[in-house]
Every structure is written in C-alpha cells, then in structure tokens.
Design a binder for this molecule. Structure first.
Ligand SMILES: *[C@@H]1O[C@H](CO)[C@@H](O)[C@H](O)[C@H]1NC(C)=O
Length: 446
C-alpha cells in the first residue's frame, strides 16, 4: 500500500491529538491507497450543439496499488466531505484512467498569490476531486498552488545537490501570451507553449524556465530590444519577466533555474560568430534586474562531472537564481555563468518516439564528465514544417497527446534518474506534485 506523505502526516496528527504535523488547512491531499489528481485539458473542447469549453477540468486516477478499488470518482467545488456535494460523479471501471469533464476551470484566483506573496504552503484552488465507494470518500486531492514547496520541504530536500533534485520546468516558458505592438492573442496553433504567466508558473511550483531570447535593434532603448521568442516569432518583452522572477525570489526562499537556451534572432553574425555587444547587453540586464539573487558559478560550481551545490548552500548564502547560458564561448568570458545545460530533445512529432528517446536519454544522463550539474528532459513533441504549413494539429493537441504519459513515465521509468522535466501546458500533467514527492523520496535515501 502506498501512503502519501500527507496521509502519514494526517494519521500522525490524528493519533497524537493533532499536536504535530501540518495544520488542517495545509492538508490538501489525502489518500489511503492510490491517487487522484486534477489536470486542465489543454485543447479547447468542441461539443456539438454547445459552446466551446476552454480549460476543461480533468479527473485522473491511479488505483493500481489499492487492495480494494474505489468505485466512483467525482468533481467537487469545495473540500469533499460527502458525495451529496459532488458536482459530477462517474463510475470507475479501470485501475488507471481519466475523465474530461465539461466543466471549465474559469478565471482562477491564486488564493492570495495573484499579485504578490500570500500564505506559505500548498493551497487548494477550487476544483477538488475525490474517489471512494458509495458510502465513503477514501481519497481526495485538489488543483493546488505550491508557491513555497522547496522551503516547505527544506528539512529534507536541502541536502540534495541541484543535479539530484527533481525539478518541474516549462519549455519555452515565456511564450504564454503575445504582448507585442500588434497582438495580445492568448491561444494559437503553433507558437504559444504555455498559458500561465511566469509569476503564475512560479506560484504553481515550476522552478525551471527554458527561455528563447531574441534581439531587435530597431528599439531606441536597449532594454526594449530583448524579447522572448518562439523561434522567429516575437512573443513578449524580456525585462518584465525578469522582474516577475525577481519579485518571487524577493518574497520567498525558493531556488529558480533560468536557462537562456536559444538565441533565434540578433545574437549571431551570419557566419555564426556571437555578437559580443548583444550578449553583453543581455548579461547586463540580467545582472541589473536579478543580480542580488544570482548564484555565481565562480562561487558555487563544484566542477565537471559533479551534481553541483546543495540547495542548503544556495539558501544559506541567499543566492537562489542559477542562470545557465547556452553559448560556451560567452560562458568562457563570463565565468559567473553556469555552462550549457543539456536539453534532452527528441526533435520528433511522434509521441512514441519522444517517449522512447527520453527513456533512453534519461537513463544515460548525466554524462560522466558533464560540465553542467543539471539536465532537462524536454517532454514535448516538435511539429515539423509540414505540420505547420498544413495546420496539422496544434501545440495544445500535441501536449494533450503526451502529458498523461509524461506523468506516468515520471512516476515510473524516469523516477530514479530524472532531473528537470520541462513540458508544455504544465497544468495538463502532474509533474509538479510528482517532482516534489520524488525530491523528498531521494533526500530520504541520502
Ligand atoms: C500513452 O498512454 C496511454 C494510456 O496509458 C497509452 O494507451 C498510449 O499507448 C501511450 N502512448 C505512448 C506513445 O506510449
């Protein structure tokens, strides 16, 4: 029987008269076997004769470890206490599975964390899920924010080195809504990979950002020239995103990993030589906006082939931003930068090939002499030119075709060796909660 950490805490609290363990408010998940969880459907649901539903709520379950299998699962508005309060209840007929409800999440409130720091600890947003038999509710969970999960679990995970941690990340993190002179579009087919702001991603629990930065010299102000792109397409200006990361670091004790991983426009000459002044301008902006939080590689690096500093050492020094840079010639001249962080990228539009590639790549990572202490599994498919020309599918459909499998893989095959797992539309998988669970599990094995 698998019992989650929360249920152990709950049992302990009950047995000892609630004198220890988290307060009732912090118990956001409870399980005596198996697990239920909420995800958000990434494609728009189109139903015949009805209006479209965005952000449809999905109910997921895995009862493969249960001696007696729950017979029903339901969606709840508030903490589930009785089936009478269920909004919808479905029978459960398989050990593992999911239901896509026709209920939209709606405008979510980040419960006190919308514009700044709120209470510490995991907190539920409105959709709750519960499962059990006709009489009893046996397992509950909710869509939750995890704004301070590293601090909450610090007594355990602070012992881990950054390369030993399981880190939830986002691919192309800045491509979440257009903010250009001509567009504020928030849903499209092939450019936007996310739909929550950088601040909201942090509040949900994302700690690794894959950034694609471009430079456009037609803006008079230098700081306006740096943009977050998806390949050749400009999405949002960079500086406001750096400020969101800064205000998060200012108001928490969390560690954030920022990866400048691709420079699609303006950083290189035609012959491939880096344009020094453009790279230098970016580094100046990062130092200006985030300098007080930067963990300098010169100070914290532990050398090639090692797993890097412990979380504890970063927290103690209050240097909690690890900034990796993809160009080693620039790193060579700016030794405070962390060297290129290997991204395990399958470059395929096939879900089967993506998963096979990642199974193999994660099992053989990190390379024995890797310069970076970290590596990132890029858990999304990549459309090819024809897919885009023929408008075959969309990034939202592609994410839908792999995100459930990514959850399953991280729970099983990738569990022992993964480091960062970076996905598209992260609310459609369970990578955040699983990464926290796996990090805690790894720390108890040290
Ligand atoms: C993803 O998971 C589903 C359900 O477990 C399975 O049927 C499907 O084959 C998996 N897809 C791939 C590409 O492995």
């Amino acid at each position: 029987m698998v019992v989650s950490w929360y249920s152990v805490a709950l049992l302990a609290a009950t047995a000892l008269g609630a004198s220890i363990g988290p307060s009732d408010k912090q118990i956001v998940e409870k399980s005596f076997c198996g697990k239920v969880w909420i995800t958000i459907h990434s494609p728009t649901l189109r139903l015949i004769g009805k209006s479209d539903i965005v952000d449809a709520i999905e109910l997921n379950w895995d009862f493969s470890t249960c001696a007696t299998i729950p017979t029903q699962i339901g969606l709840f508005m508030n903490k589930p206490t009785s089936w009478d309060n269920g909004l919808i209840v479905y029978p459960v007929e398989t050990l593992e599975g999911y239901h896509i409800t026709h209920v939209s999440l709606g405008e979510e409130s980040l419960v006190g964390w919308d514009y700044g720091a709120g209470l510490r600890g995991p907190q539920c947003l409105w959709p709750y899920v519960a499962a059990g038999d006709h009489n009893n509710i046996q397992v509950i969970n909710c869509l939750k924010i995890q704004p301070t999960w590293m601090e909450d679990n610090g007594d355990k995970i602070n012992k881990l080195r950054i390369g030993e941690l399981a880190v939830p990340g986002t691919h192309n993190a800045g491509a979440w809504r257009f903010d250009t002179e001509i567009s504020t579009v928030s849903r499209d087919l092939f450019v936007l990979c996310q739909d929550r702001s950088i601040w909201a991603q942090l509040v949900y629990g994302i700690r690794y950002f894959d950034f694609r930065i471009a430079y456009y010299d037609f803006y008079p102000n230098v700081e306006d020239r740096y943009w977050l792109n998806h390949n050749l397409i400009r999405v949002r200006p960079l500086v406001p995103l750096l400020r969101e990361i800064k205000s998060f670091l200012d108001s928490t004790k969390e560690v954030v990993f920022l990866d400048a991983h691709h420079f699609p426009v303006g950083f290189y000459e035609h012959d491939g030589a880096p344009i020094r002044s453009v790279h230098a301008g970016l580094l100046e902006l990062v130092q200006r906006e985030l300098g007080s939080h930067l963990a300098l590689a010169t100070q914290f690096s532990t050398g090639a082939g090692t797993r890097g500093p412990t979380i504890q050492s970063l927290v103690d020094a209050d240097k909690r931003l690890v900034f990796s840079y993809v160009d080693n010639s620039v790193v060579a001249e700016n030794s405070w930068l962390w060297p290129i962080l290997p991204q395990l990228w399958a470059n395929t539009n096939s879900p089967t090939k993506l998963l096979e590639y990642l199974d193999n790549a994660i099992s053989t990572s990190p390379q024995p002499s890797a310069r970076s202490p970290m590596f990132s599994a890029m858990a999304q498919t990549t459309p090819n030119v024809l897919d885009i020309l023929l408008l075959r599918g969309s990034l939202r459909h592609n994410a839908d075709a792999v995100n459930r499998n990514v959850t399953t893989r991280l729970r099983t095959l990738w569990r022992q060796r993964s480091n960062i797992v970076a996905s598209d539309f992260f609310l459609a998988n369970d990578v955040i909660d699983l990464s926290i669970e796996i990090s805690v599990e790894r720390s108890t094995r040290l």
